[in-house]
Design a protein around this ligand. Structure first.
Ligand SMILES: N[C@@H](CCC(=O)N[C@@H](CS)C(=O)NCC(=O)O)C(=O)O
Length: 377
């Protein structure tokens, strides 16, 4: 435990996708923290044994709690109360925010990893500096090699790369038009969806030289949103002064609807194929309640599934973690009175997004002691 008057400690790295998600949250909410690299001796001595795998970010609270996973870190603070809560009260906005979070943090790994590693030659100096500053030159080479090896399992192949690049540019155009109207996805303060997108759009796409240049040149308002998300408080200087509310009436801002179409056109059929794979795996393996989702905590995937991205055949790894994320949308629907759930479901159907909400399953994925476990009903 560190002493009581030290702030929260965030173990992470400047160029890490998920550290960025947590860091933005801490800064926007005005939570005092200090960031440490994983080379700090405390990480190996005290943190790693509690986490059981090499993964960042990890938050250490002043009273010695150790929390991995950006969702759990954010939810820890949401429960304690923050100036700008990120889960909207309106069920439709809340479900949409969770789906966008999934898209940003999971589907967009393709975009993040492609732009980081396929343009290695052009940005080598930048990346070597980033990876070496956290962990030294020898370790940097090892980690960089491991990261590059992830690409095919994420669906980044010679055939899919043109589609991934077209998707990035389409996303930039959609978000640029949206941010002309308002500073965040759902109005005047960030929602959990903003934090889902920022990991990718900051650490990789808004920071690595090649994709950041595309962002700056094609979508200046998206670049400003990245600055806004990484600033302390709400950095909304170019917008009219308004209270920091979400869009009224549990409606979705019209300029955000193209994003929903974009997401639906990309996450399927991959998400449905992964859900079917998990269903088959659970039926065959019959995990017990509380059992870790994989044999070793470092292993994230159950296996590989054949699917397509924009019509391009791919074989991708299946992470049960996706259920942990999307279950939170299903939980919102499960709580609603019938008329309310009809309204929300009709809206999701309009965009073909209902299949992103895993309903009626006898199992889900929860987190215990900082690892994913099966939750079996
Ligand atoms: N679900 C986790 C994901 C964390 C994650 O994947 N972190 C990456 C760095 S951005 C990592 O530690 N990767 C180590 C590895 O894959 O070996 C979260 O939201 O915190």
């Amino acid at each position: 435990m560190h002493t009581d008057n030290t702030p929260y400690i965030l173990y992470g790295a400047p160029h890490s996708l998920y550290t960025g998600k947590a860091r933005c949250y801490l800064r926007n909410q005005g939570i005092p923290y200090m960031e440490r690299a994983t080379t700090h001796p405390d990480f190996a001595a005290r943190i790693l044994p509690q986490i059981g795998r090499g993964i960042i970010p990890v938050l250490e609270t002043p009273d010695g709690q150790v929390i991995q996973d950006t969702v759990d870190i954010i939810d820890y603070f949401e429960k304690r109360g923050v100036p700008y809560p990120v889960y909207p009260d309106g069920p439709l906005q809340r479900v949409i925010a969770v789906i966008v979070e999934y898209y940003g943090g999971q589907s967009m790994l393709k975009h993040a990893m492609h732009y980081r590693w396929s343009y290695l030659e052009q940005q080598e100096n930048f990346l070597v500096h980033a990876f070496a500053s956290g962990s030294g030159a020898a370790m940097a080479e090892k980690i960089m090699g491991r990261m590059q090896a992830y690409l095919p399992r994420l669906g980044v192949t010679e055939q899919s790369i043109p589609e991934i690049e077209a998707s990035y540019e389409a996303l930039l155009a959609i978000l640029d038009a949206h941010f002309e109207q308002m500073p965040y996805l759902l109005g005047d303060r960030p929602c959990i969806g903003d934090y889902g997108l920022i990991g990718t759009l900051f650490a990789h796409l808004g920071r690595d030289p090649v994709p950041a240049q595309i962002m700056k040149l094609q979508a200046p308002r998206v670049y400003r949103w990245v600055e806004r998300m990484t600033a302390p408080g709400l950095d909304v200087v170019e917008y009219p002064e308004r209270d920091a509310h979400f869009w009224p009436g549990d409606a979705i801002p019209p300029t955000l609807e193209p994003l929903l179409e974009h997401i639906a056109s990309e996450i399927f059929p991959e998400l449905s194929d992964k859900l079917a794979f998990i269903a088959e795996w659970v039926a065959r393996t019959r995990p017990a309640d509380g059992e870790p989702v994989t044999e070793k905590p470092q292993q994230r995937q159950l296996g590989m599934v054949n699917t397509t991205f924009k019509g391009i055949p791919l074989e991708v790894g299946v992470e049960p973690y996706l259920l942990f994320l999307l279950q939170r949308a299903a939980d919102v629907l499960a709580e609603l009175a019938p008329t309310e759930s009809e309204r929300v479901e009709a809206y999701l159907e309009r965009f073909g997004l209902m299949a992103a909400v895993p309903q009626g399953l006898a199992y889900s994925v929860a987190r215990r002691n900082n690892i994913e476990v099966w939750a079996v009903k």
